[in-house]
Design a protein around this ligand. Structure first.
Ligand SMILES: [Zn+2]
Length: 77
């Protein structure tokens, strides 16, 4: 059971992660603030997906608090 307030916070954070992912997919050199701590910046790490040629699993990792998220199926460079 999750309280409503917690769900709201989660939605807001999820939205920020999503927009960070979209911004970084357009331009990898931009600096995006961490959606969790809002102090660190997100680093990108791409891992190839074995059975999906040309696609990668993109990791967004905060250099300060260590929060992370992955985007599955991002386009490889
Ligand atoms: Zn952070």
């Amino acid at each position: 059971m999750v309280c409503e307030q917690f769900e709201e916070v989660m939605k807001e954070t999820t939205r920020k992660w999503l927009s960070a992912g979209i911004s970084l997919s357009k331009d990898k050199s931009i600096i995006v603030a961490c959606p969790d701590c809002e102090e660190g910046t997100l680093m990108i790490k791409d891992e190839p997906i074995m059975d999906r040629k040309g696609k990668v699993e993109r990791w967004l990792i905060c250099d300060k608090c260590g929060a992370w998220n992955t985007i599955l199926g991002a386009d490889a460079e």
